[in-house]
Design a protein around this ligand. Structure first.
Ligand code: MGP
Length: 202
């Protein structure tokens, strides 16, 4: 009987790579690493500083890990009242005090509970999929469950750059497909006063 030659030569002890399978299994890298955080402020401890219940959930940098996380974790609409999800660039804390956020602000949209999950998912995909021309300006996004009205916010880095913020706001509004006006507020203003006037709107 004629000897059957393997298509890929292997020496003893080596594992032959099968090109197609190896290519399929290679993870799809994202341009950046992202971290999901959760903040459950439903039962705040008396005297506890804001942020003391903020926890890192998971950091990822592949499409596969993003979808795995998304599938495994509860949707924001199922969070208890007064809780938040934050998806931020890895290394940036979802706080006004973080150096990347300190001079920034946020675009925010109030929504009914029924639209919270879809707005959040569209926003997540826009972030990890780098759908903003000004990607370096984006710090992250927050989904907030509140008794009054739920909210999703997009945090950006340089509040003073009106042209950049307007461009991001228009793009985000288009992505999440809302028709009502959305507005931009500055973290520095929020630090000073409870009722914050919006700086820009689209
Ligand atoms: P919030 O959670 O962003 O808004 O901030 P919420 O709960 O929807 O209420 P709103 O009516 O103010 O929009 C609520 C409060 O938490 C703020 O007024 C601050 O006292 C505090 N807080 C929120 N953030 C995001 C920060 C932060 O980054 N740093 C600090 N030090 N306090 C914050």
């Amino acid at each position: 009987m004629a000897e059957v030659k393997p298509e890929i030569e292997v020496t003893e002890g080596e594992v032959a790579p099968v090109p197609e399978v190896a290519a399929e299994k290679k993870p799809n890298r994202l341009d950046r690493r992202w971290t999901l955080w959760c903040d459950n402020q439903s039962k705040p401890k008396q005297g506890a500083a804001w942020g003391s219940s903020l926890r890192k959930v998971f950091t990822f940098d592949t499409v596969e890990d993003f979808w795995c996380l998304y599938d495994q974790i509860i949707k924001p609409s199922k969070l208890v009242g007064n809780a938040d999800f934050h998806l931020f660039r890895d290394g940036v804390e979802p706080k006004w005090e973080d150096p990347e956020c300190a001079s920034g602000g946020k675009w925010s949209v109030s929504c009914k509970r029924a639209s919270l999950d879809s707005i959040w998912l569209e926003t997540l995909m826009a972030l990890v999929g780098e759908q903003f021309d000004e990607g370096d300006e984006i710090c992250g996004a927050v989904a907030s469950v509140r008794t009054r009205q739920d909210k999703v916010a997009l945090w950006t880095r340089t509040a003073s750059n009106e042209a950049t913020q307007m461009s991001i706001g228009r793009r985000w509004k288009d992505i999440i497909d809302v028709t009502d006006k959305i507005s931009y507020s500055v973290h520095e203003d929020a630090k000073r006063e409870r009722s914050v006037k919006s700086r820009y709107s689209v």
